[in-house]
Ligand binder design. Sequence first.
Ligand code: DAH
Length: 602
Amino acid sequence: MQKLLYLTDSYRKKLETEIQKIVRKGSVWHIFLKDTIIYPEGGGQPSDLGIINGKTGKARVLKAIFTSEGVLHECQVEGVIKAGDRVTIYLDWKRRYLNMRLHSAGHILHEAVATLFPQLVPVSANHSENNTLIRYRGEIPIGKAGEIERIANGIVDSNVSITSAFVTYDQLVQQASFVPVHLPKNKPLRIIQVQGFQPIPDGGTQVALTGETGLISIPKIVNHDGLVDVYYSIEKQTTAVIPDILEASPYSVSDLTAELIQIQTETIDQINNIDLPDFELRQKALGQTSRFSNLAKKIRDIPQKERSQAGIIINEVKNAIETALSHKFTRKHKSQGFFDPTLPGIKPKLGHLHIVSQAIEEITRTFERIGFTRVRHPEADWDYYAFEALNMPPNHPARDEWETFFLSYPGENKKDLTKKMVLTPHTSNGQVREMEKGIFPIKMINIAKCYRRQSDVSHASMFHQFEGLYIDKNVSIAHLKGVIEYFVKSFYGQDRQIRLRPFHFQFTEPSFEIDVTCGICHGQGVRADNEPCRLCKSGWLELGGAGMTHPNVLKAGHVDTSIYNGFAFGWGVERTYMMKSSTNLDDVRILYQNDIRFLEQF
Ligand code: DAH
């Protein structure tokens, strides 16, 4: 016995079954399946559509009808499908769900009509999307549409269940509120029941809850020839929850793959066996009207979430065909002794410095011009140079600013806090190390890698800083300002302004943060069209910290504070450079992922 699963599980969208019989009728094929989920037209509900997928072919269901042999699927077939094949049916669920909702809405409407006019006898119904109506013998007085709608929508709103049961003819007569004039003879008999009402004979597909239909409206009621037609429609969208969320896909990646593989084999066969000029052969294999290109277009029919996978497979097949073409060409040209001297040669790939290396170069050159020398200090250093010498004794709360990686090392005495080792969290460790050299004046620029325990879109755990330090006699804030202004104008452009904002660092006093006018909105904070600038905060971009070196730091570096003083600044290389190109990276970590497509741009 063929299982008609649409009757028992109207939410089923996919079924694995077997072809029982397939016969050709002109341009279409008639297919009978062991079991089916495809609803054959009847009872006012239109036929389902869908796809029957086999290993070697596939059938598109154009229509289904109920026959003495069961459901007949009228199909268009591509490839080969034969009796005995295991197949998967995919239902066109969008269409079915709309039909289900329309059908159930018809029953709800009937309950409303029957409540007000119990004497009316149902004659027929049409639940297809166009011309949806129920026909009764009898008459409905003018002006009743609103009242019927209200009762029907009361049932919709109460979101009660619609259930079904198979019955014998006797049970049907006993239980149903009416017996249709034409009861189908060859189909199983079934009744459905809107909760709270009497059962009605029905062989269609129904939603599980009345709320799923959405609100029902009655555009017109027409009395004619002793009959009355109650037209109705439903909301296209409904917020009711669909019990089964799995939407069947009519065309999936596996379908596409099967077709692609077949085309790949056939195309490669053709390439190897047909003699055509190179260009024509290529056109035939991969040109716009080739079978491959036509199939590749079907990617549109594939559900969104599977598309990238489909893209990969399409590419693989394309590459395989390309390879076959080029092998064929090489073979052919070799045998003909062909050599094309006009072909362009192969250019070697040229590399260039990484964007951060370029930035370091440029920063170094810029400071060099005013007498600052680039120096290098350890990137794994004693805690002493990274913190303590910078006026931050062990356990000083200011240390929290730097989320530091500590290193263990052979012979380490874990109890001795003064002998801890760190991956430098900033380049300021170079300050006291430079002072310890004892050569004055100091004009250093220390550029190095820094490490912090951070990783998000605006922070990488490894990044770069450059640290400036100037120690001399009678150094003032004016010098600090002058050096920074010089750097900003040479690096970013003469039109840029700077400002010093008071701040706090343990190793400088006074301390500042340096801001630069934004290069996009020229310090206005708004664009030409008066929208707020998207790069900056009210016209200013934050560059980094600076300040006059704290006496405790000078003392740690054994600098005679009665003769010398100075200033320092420390900024991030990546940030400084990004501000120059106005590149707003969504994720700075991309700088270190070695993705050539990104790096090539700089
Ligand atoms: N080292 C600080 C940091 O990483 C930046 C800094 C601020 C360096 C002020 C300085 C300075 O030399 O004077 O946040």
